[in-house]
Write a protein that binds this ligand. Sequence first.
Ligand code: FAD
Ligand code: NAP
Ligand code: SF4
Length: 675
Amino acid sequence: MAEYPHLLAPLDLGFTTLKNRVLMGSMHTGLEETKDWNRVAEFYAARARGEVALMVTGGIGPNLEGSVLPGAAMMVSDQDVANHRIVTDRVHAAGGKIAMQILHAGRYAYGPKCVAPSAIKSPISPFAPAELDEAGIEKQISDIVTCAARAREAGYDGVEIMGSEGYFLNQFLVTHTNKRQDCWGGSYENRMRLPIEVVRRVRAAVGTDFILIYRLSMIDLVPNGSTHDEVVQLAQEIEKAGTTIINTGIGWHEARIPTIATSVPRAAFAWVTKKLMGKVGIPVITSNRINTPEVAEEVLATGCADMVSMARPMLADADFVVKAMQGKSNQIAPCIACNQACLDHTFSGKISSCLVNPRACYETELRITPTTTPKSVAVVGAGPAGLSTAITAAERGHQVTLFDQAEEIGGQLNMAKQVPGKEEFWGLVDWYRTRVDTTGIKLSLGKTVRAEDLAGYDEVVIATGVVPRDPGIKGQTAPTVVSYIDVLRGKVEVGPRVAIVGAGGIGFDVAEFLVHKGVSPTESLPDWMREWGVTDPAEHRAGLAPEGPQPEPAARQVTLLQRKAEKPGKRLGKTTGWIHRAALTMKGVKMIAGVNYERVEDGGLLVSFGEGRETPTLIEADTIVLCAGQLPERTLADALAEGGTACHVIGGADVAAELDAKRAIDQGTRLAAQL
Ligand code: FAD
Ligand code: NAP
Ligand code: SF4
């Protein structure tokens, strides 16, 4: 408590009290759609046991036309009420509180029946919405109100009305999407009529002793979005209409400015929420890129908000708040804001989980239980695969020895953390180090393990990772040709003009590393805002700087090459690939697809195009960096197999193709759960 006095202070709402200032923000995990209500209940109950003060569910549709997707969860029937009751009962039994988010997606609803204030298609959806008439608007209000009343019947402690991120209610607020001439469009008073009416009627339906959170878009980050004055006016009106708490929304989904990715500075938008503080009489919650108790405490202590919303950090560690209460912040599994297992899954129709915590949303399936037969376990390789095996096995009660030939744990994560915008990987490696220490693992560093070193263990796990693929380009032994490993470890000088062979995740990261100099914008909020063209919404509508993005000039001239004819970066993360492409484009990086590598020449790299190897072109470069993918490092696994020693092979040592830390950690954890 002494460490985080603001974060752990209760919040009195009059008719009820929240035990601390942590809200678990809404996340669409896909769990509700599994219809396995025991699984849904266990997911939320685990976070309730972890002492989160109030949780908000994923968005639940009030009707078919407003649902995000066909088949998405709705609250429209007695059966829905009964299903949700399983969740609320379990959360209450665990001492928690939970609110249901009512999400009407408007023109973002992914289906031909979507509706909106005006018939304007969104740039991120193939479906043009139908413009609502007066009766249609009344139906939407009435469906939202009925949905809220059913939420109360199902035992929820409150509802959150989703009014931000460019969804239905947000679409009425701004001329970007509302071109109506009737009483729902035109003046701002008319455009905000719908959100106010919704809040007023929901409050009337649910009574006074029920939490009503309104998620309000405080900086739209799209053209013709709201001004700060309009945000304040709306906040004051929805307070009068019966809102209990205002939560912050940042940016519309169609905005071309990153708002939660790992390259966004921590608590990057808390200052936006702060602008509303003192202008309303109800508590205000801030959000986005808050992922440690220290950052949350700072945000509250500096008066940016009354409460913080953390969503993904609660996937990474269900016990976030408990550990903060116990002064064990360094044991909290950190959300690195990668989106790889949460949002990327959501947008690929898969159930969410978490890269650092594969148990997230799999609580009922992936159980880590104490072993009844403790064994001696050798794990070779302290990258993410080996670390997750070693830590999970040790937690279960096995005697674990973890080896790595390097002088530090982390494997390739130690290269990832060097990339500007990936600073969160430092915290991930630090967390692993703490977990190794606290679980009593015997750590052996700085020695290459051979087969004969592994005699006498009950179980041997090989997690030796990968080796770079040799692309076999003519002339690649020239001193100008280097590996990404040497570049990221700072072992070679890189010239002013660079050609990168391979435009996978590592090629993109190496390009990012080479175009930057000095402090990473992720570490400097003013630089980051300038880089992406974000400004104060009190000065410029929607927080868009009129001059647009103003990136620092690139430190080097970089050309990124690939053989496939497809768009470079197409296979990067679903929700983050566009950010990597945009960031490099802003830095003037040339991306060339469909090349054949002919040979390394004095002035650079000669490439040609097409099957006929036409249009020979010299890519002028002082340095050529090879990022041509990776192959499994199986020297040790093969030697053990030859000697007849059984072993488990995981991570990159198992399959290098399309390997990432998510797969490595998941595989390592699942193996250890069974040892
Ligand atoms: P590794 O991390 O390669 O670890 C293997 C370990 O085994 C090494 O530490 C090595 O020293 C040790 N070892 C090998 N042989 C022996 C031996 N005989 N004796 C003792 N020790 C041995 N993934 C993501 O999911 N998201 C990202 O954003 C991301 N960014 C990346 C950025 C960069 C620049 C790089 C290089 C990788 C990135 N990755 C990312 C990929 C991710 O780091 C790898 O997929 C992951 O580290 C593979 O885990 P691993 O445990 O299988 O192997
Ligand atoms: P990768 O994504 O498989 O990319 C390898 C690149 O090398 C591709 O562009 C490929 O394109 C090229 N290539 C393959 N064989 C080649 C050859 N023989 N000669 C020349 N070029 C060749 O691998 P990576 O970039 O090394 O990344 C390794 C893993 O780390 C990936 O699975 C990735 O998911 C993960 N990672 C993830 C992130 C992240 O942000 N999520 C970041 C970094 C790394 P062409 O074959 O078309 O030339
Ligand atoms: Fe955070 Fe990445 Fe886990 Fe999502 S997958 S919760 S962004 S660490």
